[in-house]
Every structure is written in structure tokens, then in C-alpha cells.
Ligand binder design. Structure first.
Ligand code: NIG
Ligand code: FE
Length: 409
């Protein structure tokens, strides 16, 4: 058994399902708390300085008055890739925009070239380093998308790396197939043919090896249209995958409306989404997965988080770690921006980074809160509460991380 004692404040949302509207801002706060863990599971939570009865051989972690939350969940990353793209910055500073760079064969396609060149072992070692970094930053679970392979062999290669990460790393990892991330060079100008390849070959190949729980599509001007996205997603659903959409990241093309119509689990980005899109998300029970660091990095507006909360859309906040639009793994910076730019309260932000994020990747019944019966994933912080975490910027405020009942950081 492990007893974490001397927690000045333990703050957590409650429940197994996503929280929306006013409930997004409701957190349970325990003062002078301790958490007792048996194996991988939380078995007791005490407050006001009381300690649980525990066997003599119980191991103790003295939190030293730290603030504690559920381990944070990064519900949107693209973290298996080759190379970096720092050479794009001067292009951007000289006025080239994200989609122009992609259309001229750079951007995502540059990373596709570099990812195809690496073998599974090389990709694994790089990605493992990123997971270690996330853990040190207080993240205990992460979603990972493919989408830098863009053919059967290379999409399988990326997703096999994700599976191996899940087996060998302390972190829980959720795999998403995003073969509809861009049109590969060998299909340039033939998007419908590439969609055909995805539906006939890539998705069935991925499903045959059970390599992805989710399917995601970049529904965007000049990439995949609403109708092409619908086709990919309906095929994925027929193969047993749940759905996500990169929707309205740059233009309001209708991705959010499609997400609502299809009952996708989540719609991502939503920078340009209008009221009609937000209503569709609310109606379809879709979680909005917002990525504020990408807005910052692409110099774009920030999604209308307040309006989404007001319309009853559950909001999750993630990093979007990738080599183009967000080369940052630090979810603490997403918390700062959720507070400052989305104007979410610290409580709403915590729910967005834990329970709603866990629900966006299908793990709400096991993760995302500190409650008896849930998996013992907790982050201890050098801060006195969520407000401090959202306010301090640029320093890693993690004190310790407990993953599946073990102290890992
Ligand atoms: O979420 N928009 C598409 N995908 C990523 C960027 C990937 C890249 O630029 O390599 C995103 O922003
Ligand atoms: Fe993304």
C-alpha cells in the first residue's frame, strides 16, 4: 500500500462522465488530505488532517504540504514523428501561412518524409523521450495520433510504435489513426483516390491489427472536405473505431457540424467555429478539445471556450504537440492560456485537463479524477492551488507524480 499524506489541498472533479456547463466548474476540494492506494487503485481519501488506518508495512509519500490533482491527461498529440521544422519559422515570419506551406509540399509533408525515413526502433526511442518529458511535466496519460505515414506501411509503423509505448512505458497511451492528415505526395491532386486508399486499405489494415481506438481527420480547406471526411469517418466507424475530427482549425468549413451529426467523441481545435457549429456539438454530445498553444503558435484567434461552456459543450484542453503548429509538450502552458485567453476559471480548467480529457479518449471510468475505485494517478505540485498553476508561467511546477500507485517522478 502507498499513503500520500500531508497534502494541503487536493482538488478534483468528480464522476466518470464529462462535465459541461456550470458543472465543468465544480471541483471537490479536500483540505489537509491524504490518499491511500492499494496496488493501482485509490482505496481511501481523508481530509482535515485525519489519517486512514493502514497496515504497518505501508509505504508513505510525504507531500510536504503540496497541492494535488488527478494526473493530467493530454487528449491530443501527434508525438510519433521524425525531424523538426524550425526552418519554417522564417517563412512564417515573412508572411507564409500554415496552409500555404503545406500546399507547397512542406509542413506536414516535410514531417512525412522524415518519418518515413525512420525505422520503428528509431521512432520508438524518440517518442519514449517525449513521454518521459510529459511525465515530468505532470501528464500521466496521453493520446497519440498517426498521420505522418500516409500509406499503409508507414501508418502501421507509427501505430505499432504507439502500441509498444503503451506496453513499455509507465504512461497510459491511447492510439488514434489519422491517415487523413494530409494528401501524400504520390497522390497530389488526387485527394479522392487517397480517400479511397484510406477506406479500402489503410483503415482495414489498422483495424485488422487492432492498432487504433479512434480515427481522426483533418477537415480543412485544401486538405479534406466535409464529404471526404464523412466518408473516412463512416468507414472507420464501421470498422469499430470511435471518431474525432480536426474541425475548423483555420477555416469554418463545417467540421464541427459534421462532428455533431456523426456523434463524434470529440472535435478538436474549433478556432473558427461559429454558433451553428457550437450548437451542433452540444446537440451531438461532442467534447470540444481545445488547443490554445496552437492558436498562440499559429498567431490565430483563440477558440470561443466561454460560449462553448455556456451552450453546454464539455470542454477539454490539450497540447497538440507536433513539429509544426505546436512544438511544446508542456500542458501547464495550455492551463495558463485557458485561464488568460479562454477566460476559463481555474476549476473549469482543471476539469478540462483531467476528467473531460479522459472522457475525450474513452477513459473516464478509470481516470481523470481522484476518487475511491479510480486508478491512482496523481500529480503533486509546487503551488498552493489551481489558480497559482494557471498564473505562474514557464516554470515546471511539478513536485512529484504517482502513476498506477507508483511514485515515478
Ligand atoms: O493539429 N492540423 C493538423 N495537424 C496538426 C499539425 C501537424 C503538423 O503541422 O505537423 C495540428 O495543428
Ligand atoms: Fe492536432
Amino acid at each position: 500500500m502507498l499513503l500520500i499524506k500531508n497534502i494541503s489541498l487536493l482538488q478534483t472533479p468528480l464522476g466518470n462522465t464529462s462535465r459541461k456547463g456550470q458543472a465543468q466548474g465544480e471541483n471537490r476540494k479536500y483540505r489537509d488530505a491524504s490518499v491511500l492506494i492499494e496496488g493501482e487503485t485509490i482505496v481511501e481519501i481523508t481530509e482535515r488532517g485525519c489519517l486512514p488506518d493502514c497496515p504497518a508495512d505501508t509505504q508513505t509519500l510525504d507531500a510536504g504540504g503540496a497541492f494535488a490533482t488527478p494526473g493530467w491527461v493530454d487528449s491530443h498529440t501527434h508525438l510519433v514523428f521524425g525531424g523538426w521544422r524550425q526552418h519554417e519559422i522564417p517563412l512564417k515570419l515573412n508572411g507564409a501561412d500554415y496552409l500555404e506551406i503545406l500546399q507547397s509540399g512542406g509542413g506536414i509533408l516535410d514531417t512525412v518524409r522524415k518519418t518515413r525515413e525512420l525505422c520503428e526502433e528509431e521512432l520508438f526511442q524518440r517518442a519514449k523521450g517525449f513521454l518521459d518529458e510529459q511525465l515530468h511535466l505532470g501528464v500521466t496519460t496521453t493520446e497519440i495520433k498517426s498521420g505522418y505515414g500516409l500509406d499503409l506501411e508507414n501508418e502501421l509503423k507509427q501505430l505499432r510504435v504507439v502500441r509498444r509505448l503503451g506496453h513499455e512505458h509507465a504512461m497510459d497511451v491511447v492510439p488514434t489513426c489519422m491517415s487523413a492528415h494530409a494528401v501524400p505526395p504520390e497522390y497530389a491532386g488526387r485527394t479522392d483516390d487517397y480517400v479511397e486508399l484510406i477506406c479500402r486499405s489503410i483503415l482495414p489494415g489498422v483495424a485488422a491489427e487492432d492498432l487504433a481506438r479512434y480515427c481522426d481527420v483533418f477537415c480543412e480547406t485544401g486538405v479534406f472536405s466535409v464529404e471526404q471526411s464523412r466518408r473516412v469517418l463512416e468507414t472507420a466507424r464501421s470498422l469499430g473505431m470511435c471518431l474525432k475530427i480536426h474541425a475548423d482549425e483555420i477555416d469554418a468549413l463545417g467540421g464541427a457540424v459534421l462532428a455533431g451529426e456523426l456523434g463524434a467523441v470529440s472535435a478538436e481545435h474549433l478556432i473558427a467555429t461559429d454558433d451553428c457549429g457550437i450548437e451542433s456539438l452540444a446537440k451531438g454530445g461532442v467534447t470540444a478539445c481545445l488547443l490554445p498553444q496552437t492558436s498562440l503558435y499559429l498567431n490565430k484567434p483563440f477558440a470561443h471556450a466561454r460560449k462553448m461552456i455556456e451552450f453546454g459543450v464539455p470542454v477539454a484542453v490539450a497540447s497538440d504537440f507536433n513539429p509544426g503548429s505546436c512544438p511544446s509538450l508542456n500542458l501547464q502552458l495550455s492551463a495558463n492560456l485557458a485561464y488568460l485567453r479562454y477566460r476559463m476559471t481555474p476549476e473549469e480548467t482543471l476539469t478540462a485537463l483531467t476528467l473531460n480529457a479522459a472522457c475525450a479518449i474513452g477513459l473516464g471510468d478509470r481516470l481523470g479524477t481522484v476518487e475511491v475505485g479510480k486508478q491512482a494517478d496523481l500529480t503533486l505540485w509546487n503551488a498552493d492551488g489551481m489558480e497559482m498553476l494557471c498564473y505562474r508561467m514557464g516554470s515546471n511546477q511539478v513536485k512529484a507524480v504517482v502513476k498506477k500507485g507508483k511514485v515515478v517522478v
